[in-house]
Write a protein that binds this ligand. Sequence first.
Ligand SMILES: Nc1ncnc2c1ncn2[C@@H]1O[C@H](COP(=O)(O)OP(=O)(O)OP(=O)(O)O)[C@@H](O)[C@H]1O
Ligand SMILES: [Mg+2]
Length: 493
Amino acid sequence: MADGTTGADAVLSVRGVSKSFGPVEVLHDVSLDLRAGEVHALVGENGAGKSTLTKIMSGYHPPSAGQVLLDGQPVALASGVDGERHGIVLLHQEFNLAEDLTIEESIFLGREWRRGPFLDKRRMRAHAAKLLADLHCRIPPTARIRSLSVSQKQMVEIAKATDHRARVLMMDEPTSVLTQDETDILFGLVAQLKRNGVALVFISHKLDEVKRIADRITVLRDGHLVATRPAAELGQDEIAQLMVGRPLHDLYPPKQPPAADAELLLTVHALGVPGRVFDAGFALRRGEILGFAGLIGAGRTELMEAIAGLRRREGGSVAAGAHRLAYLTEDRKAKGLLLQFPSRPNLTLSTLASFTRGPFISVPAEDAALDKAIKAFDLRIGSRDMQVGALSGGNQQKLLFAKVMETQPDIVIVDEPTRGVDIGTKQQIYHFIARLAAAGKGVIVVSSEMPELIGLCHRVLVMREGRIAGELAGESLNEEEIVRYATGLKGAA
Ligand SMILES: Nc1ncnc2c1ncn2[C@@H]1O[C@H](COP(=O)(O)OP(=O)(O)OP(=O)(O)O)[C@@H](O)[C@H]1O
Ligand SMILES: [Mg+2]
């Protein structure tokens, strides 16, 4: 296997690092160097070991074999806090903010500033406000975490991480929940940290971003380091191929739009959600894949939640006849999965009635369902007893998909179906969605990734400020048109 060491002026390195959880080894003999003033991208499929490697390099996990070196000297980091004391900071893939705290409290948690015996609240607030201002975040430091959107929460995590004056800053999929503007702001910050000599690690499934900011790229596959190369030497296709281990053809399946007279499965008329969605109307046909585009905050998720009956409606109507509707949430951590439980109960929870035999739950029936899901979705769950919370992000997403399909819906609404998902898995999900449509279901895809909407959907509605601003299909379905409607350059305000 390849090795990512250089010998030259490494700040932080690993040598021959392996990691096992119980009997399963998930990282195998990895060697890598991080240099000052360099952005090192880590890419790989879901479950390849990216998060695990960064946790070892920052002290959250001890390696099972091999060494971590700081400035060339072996170092045994006892914990994440110990890592931070050595100037090594990890921005985690999943949020770690306590919902009840305010922004300023989260930023200073465990390292509060004092004046004599008292907390120096005024100075902490001013400093928190400055950190937010540096990130162009217009939220008061006194706002509670629970009141923030996912992208705002991520900006707070970034503010907190960058305030550590780290020598090494590792960011595990920081942009998966950010808007384009927020991503640009983060990249500006990264450029500045680079100039200050910080060694950076950047993990992302968005290969265009990787190409944009990485100096070197390391590819992990199944826990092995398969290549470390200067970013300039690798194109996106080549990266994808190294990640997946096979050439990737046909990311998007061929489009087969429904006939103009295909049955209407769902008709939404003049629907409102107080303060969020206004006068929304559209119809979905059998066999159709209908996309919803728009900026974050445009009201797409709120509209879908109202259609699914999860949110109070204000006027209007939703007619779905006797058709069963399933909704796949964008927030898998808070709303989708029971992270403390293994895969099986998570898969069957919402359809338990179909797994009972008399008064009992039939474990064999549940097991058979899990077998089927593992095959259909290429789930990599390790052992069956493993908590879902320990699955890689992409595998959590696929499990959520499998769970929703257990209800055998006619109408499927998926919200950000490929967030945090690797490119090989994306291809599987796209083809799966196309098969659903070909089988006569209606599918609604809410996504912030324009290429995905354009590549997959037969028709796309663009939302802006709570209203459906425009409809695109055929030739006019392209990024420029979506942006025009999403930003109000075109269509009714
Ligand atoms: N605490 C744990 N206990 C058991 N297995 C674990 C634990 N943490 C991670 N794993 C397993 O280690 C492997 C690597 O996971 P890791 O989270 O590092 O992948 P990743 O490359 O970050 O994936 P993703 O792109 O989905 O975030 C996976 O098979 C995962 O299920
Ligand atoms: Mg990860």
